[in-house]
Design a protein around this ligand. Structure first.
Ligand SMILES: [Zn+2]
Length: 300
């Protein structure tokens, strides 16, 4: 029995806590509990036969606060993989969904959306009541150059609209040096999660699909000085990949493609794999969720 867990942020600030943020204290307690019930292994050791059920730990996006997780993981001598969206890390620009959710919480979203010219016209003309989720989706399927334009404009406009305190609570990406540092660890790995975090489903143009994947894999290999064989799909639902996505990833030498769905994935793609997205749960809740996922998805 095996399962891969997907974390995002290690965040102790309370405003505005992302639903997939876990506090440092909680993460520490998760590891203590996981060690009692499971063998915590590297992604490549998951499938190795063992008596004790196995779990692997992953982090998506590349938040700066993942360095806190790295420290805790080292303390417990537990392996983990960090999936990084390289554009945000290189440019030190906040992730667009975080900027959008902060604007939403301040009721500034519709005002802002009107100024993002790269967005489809229907989103600009009728933005009353629009949600951060909808705009995130729209940006995630733009052409790469338009997404980059939207992300930069969003960053620039948000900077003038939110307070310094809100800016601090906004999850920053780690730096390239941080990523390289993590990769020097015996236990910790970095892996690709595209450049600008698009949805890799049927709406994305094929040339963007290839560059988003290839460029991020090249960068990660360069930063880690290792071959990159794991890849996490941005957003990771069934809308966010197709057979075309899998073919391109296969051709680049990726061996395991990770989703964010805790269920059995389409059998015709045996290298597309489930993960359980972890919330800020107490440890007993985490164990309960893992057990439920084992049963529900028959991931044996
Ligand atoms: Zn992501």
């Amino acid at each position: 029995v095996q399962l891969t867990l997907c974390y995002h942020r290690i965040d102790d600030s309370s405003h505005p806590v992302n639903e997939s943020s876990v506090s440092a204290k909680q993460f520490d307690s998760h590891l203590r509990t996981l060690r009692r019930f499971f063998e915590i292994v590297d992604l490549q050791e998951l499938k190795v036969h063992s008596r004790k059920p196995r779990v692997a730990i992953t982090f998506d996006d590349g938040y700066h606060d993942n360095l806190v997780a790295a420290e805790i993981l080292e303390k417990f001598q537990v392996p983990a993989t960090f999936f990084l969206s390289t554009y945000f890390i290189e440019k030190q620009i906040p992730y667009y969904w975080d900027l959008l959710s902060i604007l939403e919480s301040k009721d500034l979203l519709s005002k802002m959306t009107n100024q993002l010219y790269a967005l489809p016209r229907y989103l600009r003309s009728d933005t009353k009541g629009i949600t951060a989720k909808e705009v995130t989706r729209a940006i995630s399927v733009l052409r790469k150059e338009d997404r980059i334009m939207a992300i930069n404009k969003l960053d620039q406009l948000t900077g003038t609209l939110i307070t310094a305190r809100e800016l601090v609570s906004l999850g920053k990406p780690m730096k390239v040096e941080d990523a390289k540092q993590i990769a020097t660890s015996q236990l910790l790995h970095i892996a690709a999660h595209t450049e600008t975090h698009p949805s890799l489903g049927e709406d994305l143009v094929e040339s963007d699909l290839s560059t988003e994947i290839q460029v991020s894999i090249n960068k990660i290999s360069q930063w880690s000085k290792k071959q990159n064989v794991d890849f996490a799909l941005p957003f990771g639902t069934e809308l966010d990949w197709t057979g075309r996505t899998v073919s391109i990833l296969d051709a680049t030498g990726i061996k395991r493609i990770w989703t964010t769905e805790a269920k059995k994935i389409d059998k015709s793609h045996s290298n597309v794999l489930p993960r359980l997205v972890v919330g800020n749960w107490k440890s007993d809740e985490l164990v309960r969720q893992i057990a439920r996922t084992f049963v529900r998805s028959q991931l044996k």
